[in-house]
Design a binder for this molecule. Structure first.
Ligand code: C5P
Length: 412
């Protein structure tokens, strides 16, 4: 088997279909070739263009398309792995019976690849004897069943039936073919990492914006991807997560409590409100060090005579330093530092100096440049602990980097 796997992701028609996008995305970011087979019902929940854009391949739905290339068997035959997420009660029943009345059924029957399914349905449907028997049948046939998780369902009810979070599905699916998610430790085996269960984690993410006038601001290029990846990973490991979101380019996970903030001072007051109840505070946001001294009521006009415009800036409070100085001994405070030093030892020196100055427990350091660090899918970091020792170095997707950071925190 080559390192790049051909993976078929079956998407069926449950509300959790929107989370299938996360599964597809993670598999693509791991470097695999992903082919989505969606049922008609799935496409009522999530659009074909989304699935095509995220999987970077055409999406197959219709049994009667591509008949000349015998597509109904070709897709299954080419697969190294099939993942169905979400798997509805209806699809589970069809799989148990070996039905082939749609493209997904044909694909599964025509394949000898390992099959991994992530059930998602209401608790009553999951506990129904028909579903229980179907799941038992599939298990006996060697199908890997991931979840469902226990938690809030689509309506007001909660119980077993939630689809497991995308990252855990990916970890479970890849482990059936002897693969690990890049750079994640073996403890990522499904269900093994609830090591943040009961912990409350406060994460700041994105970039603050300091207004100059009603239409302009001073900002930075942070996309919030690393902070959102931390929130996603912490949630998957059982934590309760609050995200203070200064402008984000990406959607945070739905189960995270999100508070949007604009300026550094708004972030400071949100951190003050939320930090008392947090066990861990991770300051991944890029916070403006300076703000305009004056915020104009009206849009600043261009000078007709070509004169320069001089802006006066004043310093913002250093939220991280303030927090580190006033934290409880049982709280862990993690800062981030994005620096432009290209030389690794100079970068670490800058990090050590910053860690000492800010007084936090850990500092996650990364190199940024015109095309590195910000708004990219991958990251390379060094994590220092108070005193300056290097405790971790990681390179990979922002999600895998997030998990490595959380490994250090969880080990405390
Ligand atoms: O000083 P620098 O901006 O490089 O520090 C980065 C770290 O400090 C990040 O964790 C960031 O969230 C935090 N920070 C802060 N308040 C500021 C500036 C940065 O909390 N005014």
């Amino acid at each position: 088997m080559s390192t790049r796997l051909t993976i078929v992701v079956g998407v069926t028609g449950g509300i959790a279909a929107y989370k299938a996008v996360g599964v597809i995305r993670a598999l693509v970011l791991e470097g695999h070739s992903v082919h989505v087979v969606a049922t008609d019902a799935a496409l009522r929940f999530v659009g074909k263009p989304t699935l095509e854009a995220i999987s970077r391949n055409p999406v197959a739905t219709d049994l009667y398309e591509g008949v000349a290339e015998v597509r109904h068997v070709a897709i299954g035959q080419s697969a190294d792995l099939i993942v169905i997420a979400p798997a509805t009660a209806n699809t589970i029943a069809k799989l148990a019976a070996g039905l082939a009345d749609d493209l997904l059924g044909n694909t599964v029957l025509a394949s000898t690849a390992p099959l991994v399914i992530a059930p998602a349905m209401h608790t009553e449907m999951w506990r129904n004897p028909a579903t229980v028997a179907n799941i038992a049948t599939l298990r006996k046939r060697g199908v890997t069943i991931v979840g469902p998780a226990v938690g809030q369902l689509t309506g007001a009810d909660s119980g077993p039936g939630r689809m497991v979070e995308p990252q855990a599905i990916v970890v479970a699916a890849l482990s059936t073919v002897g693969r690990r998610v890049s750079e994640l430790p073996v403890s990522d085996a499904p269900g093994a990492r609830q090591d943040l269960e009961g912990r409350r984690i406060l994460i700041t993410a994105g970039g603050t914006r300091e207004p100059l006038d009603p239409v302009r601001f001073l900002g930075n290029r942070s996309s919030g991807r690393q902070g959102v990846a931390l929130a996603t990973a912490a949630l998957a490991r059982g934590a309760t997560v609050t995200l203070l979101a200064a402008h984000l380019d990406v959607e945070p996970p739905t189960d995270v409590e999100v508070h949007e903030v604009g300026t550094a001072r708004e972030l400071e007051s949100a951190v003050k409100d939320a930090s008392a109840s947090a066990d861990v505070i991770i300051m991944a946001a890029a916070v403006a060090d300076y703000r305009p001294l004056e915020v104009r009521e009206k849009k600043i006009k261009k000078s007709k005579s070509g004169e320069r415009l001089v802006l006066e800036l004043e310093q913002n409070p250093d939220i991280l330093a303030g927090l580190a100085a006033s934290k409880r001994p049982d709280q862990i405070v993690v800062g981030f530092a994005a620096e432009t030093e290209a030389d690794p030892s100079a970068l670490i020196e800058v990090g050590r100096e910053k860690l000492a100055r800010k007084g936090c427990d850990y500092l996650v350091l990364n190199h940024v440049g015109w095309s590195e660090g910000f708004a990219t899918e991958r990251n390379e970091v060094v994590m220092l602990r108070s005193g300056g020792d290097i405790v971790m170095e990681a390179f990979g997707s922002k999600l895998s980097v997030a998990n490595r950071i959380l490994d250090i925190i969880a080990s405390r």
